[in-house]
Write a protein that binds this ligand. Structure first.
Ligand SMILES: [Zn+2]
Length: 767
């Protein structure tokens, strides 16, 4: 079989994407001649024998001929993706075809060297992948590419490391004391027998969460609504699965695996519980670092990934995931970067661009399906097909609407929502459920969002793709979520005040008049007691949300808000009171109360609805704040809602609409709340936004640090500081000024001394 393989490119004419010194695509491709470029290293590791697979380079190679080296490696051709190259190299050099979920990007290694008396300059960024198999792949399975590889062997990883440390001249050298040592560190760390320590660590992480029971009584609901509820919950379970898939393509497989093994040991139990809270192997409270490794992951068997050998069942491998969550979740190909997307966007029509940057679509790679079709052609031995049929560079990416990507699941969910609509006796709920079901199939959510805003029902339902926090590359793509509750009629009428005042607030915002957009339509505020949630509700539970995010509706109708009062009360009791007890100066502790905490929560959500959304750029072009500020938008928008919320409460107090005694309470509760959000880390939009506000107000002495480590509010300075920061953020948004946003966040949204010492203090008493 090996003899049939044709090398289409020789090394001399292969075009590579030239990179800048810092690894960005420079926009040109040339044959390799010392420019910075990118390559892949693929290591195959066998768990049961703790061995790495090594290949012996062919004697005809122009670099390191005849030496032992990485399992498989190669350059990334111009326009190609990293992951596809890794899969292709493994196929071409060793005759092994593996799916993308077998490849774990463990680190990127920058190699800058000159060899062969200066004739061979190598400036290479190497994406280093690890493939973890359960046992060694038998020798007779490999189909070696003679022009590249003369043989392969397995070797205990520590022995291989010793060869490198001793600079054995039969091995291609890698500096093990430097960056490349990570390969061995990762393997060693991962397979240490430290079950007890890991159990304890997971228990400690789990203890940061307080379980809340959502046993609100359903007495207020009609019999018809109770029947509708059962269908809605069935639909929600389907959307929950879609959310898992949106986070990471291997997530559902991992979920099944962990669930299946959860009663094997204490450690397995904690793995499963903590995974269920985070809905992924990455910990929300730890800057999205993995709390599991690929060694904990699901095992898949591939019986057709290589030559068949009698008595061998095929390759069993671990479904791999990276140590840090992929910024693009599963909305984009895992190896796509921002630059690739932006370059691709330039060749699209305006409509196509809209689809690509829209809420309800994913971006996929043609190259991936290309390899799939090659796998089926493998029997005929036509391996060169892989190289010849390479997709055209700029067209490698394409858009898939949610209605297609999740077609089967959405069709089932739509069916259940139609049945719920038939059950309920509330006309506005009926309309919401019907239009949402239609939207799942048509991918047009406009009408269902309008129906959601007009919902006037005892059974309150929010269901569909909404928040964009999971898309950390651009903030374009929406995750599926579900919130179902029973409306609190008394509280709902109490908070109507804010809705009625939104227009006045908008007109009086601390922002130059030229930036103020026109009418705000007072949107309804619904206070509910949550009874069920699903989808994007991992990690710490939010107390309110403001939707939709679609600017078409925000412009026409503003937004609508749902506040979860029972969650808010639980948070206040479990979190804010204990924090205030530690962080707030004795004489100001008396100001902490649930009423002001809850009011600011509502005000925060209202303020998402005012201020700039659709904007006119200095060039005269129309755009939106979200599109201009991209990945910085979420953090800045959260900070805006908080700080403008404080400004607005003060404004309403001055108007006599809220009691004056309320003023001090609201500032002190806000101060305590700063520490609450920042504990969640600065990766997340709310934490980042809160750090920005805290540091800004602290720098202006509106917050004072006392000798005993507690804080208080300087009531003579806070009003002005709040107004100035509100103006700063609103103006940046109105101008769509990403540079200014970046510098503001860079300067203030960080862990400073007073913040980190307080967080540390809270950590010691486990609040
Ligand atoms: Zn918010």
């Amino acid at each position: 079989m090996a003899a049939m393989v044709v090398t289409v490119h020789s090394q001399d004419d292969e075009l590579l994407d030239v990179l800048t010194k810092t690894g960005e695509k420079a926009g040109v491709s040339k044959p390799r001649d010392g420019d910075y470029h990118r390559a892949v290293h693929v290591w195959i590791y066998s768990e049961s024998t703790r061995e790495l697979l090594l290949q012996r380079r062919a004697d005809c190679k122009d670099s390191w001929p005849g030496l032992w080296d990485i399992s498989s490696a190669g350059h990334i051709s111009a326009g190609d993706s990293s992951l596809l190259t890794a899969r292709r190299e493994l196929h071409e050099e060793l005759g092994i075809v593996l799916p993308k979920d077998a490849f774990e990007l463990i680190f990127v290694f920058l190699q800058e060297c000159v060899i062969n008396d200066g004739k061979y300059i190598n400036n290479e960024y190497n994406d280093v992948y690890l493939v973890t198999t359960l046992s060694p792949i038998p020798q007779e399975v490999f189909a070696l590419q003679e022009s590249e590889v003369s043989s392969v062997k397995y070797m205990f990883w520590a022995d291989y490391k010793d060869h490198l440390v001793n600079e054995d001249n039969e091995y291609v050298p890698y500096e093990v004391s430097g960056q490349y040592g990570q390969l061995f560190d990762i393997i060693e760390q991962r397979y240490k027998d430290n079950l007890e320590a890991r159990s304890l660590d997971l228990q400690k992480r789990l203890n940061r969460y307080a379980p809340i029971h959502l046993d609100e009584e359903l007495n207020g609901l009609s019999v018809a609504d109770k029947e509708a509820l059962t269908f809605i919950i069935k639909a929600s379970i389907i959307l929950d699965e879609i959310f898992y898939e949106q986070v990471w393509h291997g997530n559902l497989v991992l979920r099944e695996w962990l669930k299946e093994h959860c009663s094997d040991s204490d450690l397995d139990k904690f793995k499963w519980i903590y995974y269920s809270i985070n809905k992924s192997p990455w910990s929300c409270l730890d800057e999205n670092k993995a709390f599991l490794t690929t060694a904990d992951s699901a095992i898949k068997l591939l019986d057709n990934s290589a030559r068949t050998v009698l008595g061998w069942k095929g390759i069993e491998y671990r479904v791999a995931f990276p140590a840090t969550k992929l910024p693009g979740a599963n909305f984009y190909p895992p190896d796509m970067d921002k630059m690739e997307f932006e370059l691709w966007k330039t060749v699209l029509t305006e409509d196509e661009q809209k689809a690509a940057t829209g809420f309800f679509s994913v971006i996929r790679r043609c190259g991936e399906s290309d390899l799939v079709c090659t796998e089926s052609n493998k029997a005929s031995g036509s391996i060169q097909h892989l190289v010849l049929d390479k997709p055209n560079n700029s067209n490698d990416l394409f858009v898939v609407p949610y209605s297609q990507e999740y077609r089967q699941s959405l069709a089932e969910a739509a069916d259940l929502l139609h049945r719920a609509a038939e059950s309920t006796d509330c006309p506005s709920l009926k309309k919401l459920l019907k239009t949402k079901a239609d939207a799942f199939l048509s991918n047009d959510y406009y009408e269902s969002d309008v129906a959601w805003m007009e919902l006037d029902s005892k059974l309150d339902v929010t269901i569909g793709p909404y928040e964009t926090y999971e898309d950390a590359i651009f903030g374009y793509k929406a995750t599926f979520e579900v919130f179902v509750g029973v409306r609190d009629d008394i509280a709902t009428s109490q908070v109507k005040l804010f809705g009625d005042q939104l227009q006045v607030l908008q007109e009086n915002l601390p922002l130059d008049d030229i930036y103020k957009s026109g009418d705000v339509i007072a949107a309804p505020i619904r206070v509910i007691k949550l009874i069920y949630n699903a989808g994007d509700v991992k990690g710490p539970q939010a107390v309110a949300f403001n939707l939709p995010n679609d600017e078409r509706i925000v412009d026409e109708r503003g937004t609508s808000m749902v506040v979860l009062k029972n969650i808010s009360e639980a948070k206040f009791k479990h979190i804010l009171e204990p924090i205030a007890d530690i962080c707030i100066n004795e004489e100001q502790k008396k100001y902490i109360d649930f009423e002001s905490f809850f009011t600011h929560t509502i005000c925060h959500e209202c303020c998402h609805g005012i201020g700039p959304h659709t904007i006119t750029l200095p060039s005269g072009q129309n755009s939106t704040v979200r599109l201009e500020l991209q990945e910085l938008h979420s953090a800045l928008e959260e900070a805006k809602a908080d700080i403008v919320g404080l400004w607005a409460l003060k404004f309403l107090i001055n108007q006599g609409l809220l009691p004056r005694c309320f003023l001090k309470s609201m500032y002190v509760s806000f101060l305590a709340g700063c520490f609450r959000s920042v504990r969640f880390g600065l990766e997340e939009a709310h934490g980042k936004g809160q750090a920005l506000q805290f540091n800004w107000l602290y720098e202006r002495e509106a917050f004072i640090l006392h000798l005993d480590g507690t804080f208080s509010v300087d009531f003579s300075k806070i009003d002005v500081a709040v107004e100035v920061l509100s103006r700063e953020i609103l103006t940046i948004q109105a101008r769509g000024d990403k540079v200014a946003a970046k510098s503001l966040l860079h300067r203030y949204a960080k862990m400073t001394g007073p913040l980190s010492s307080t967080i540390e203090k809270l950590g010691r008493v486990q609040v």
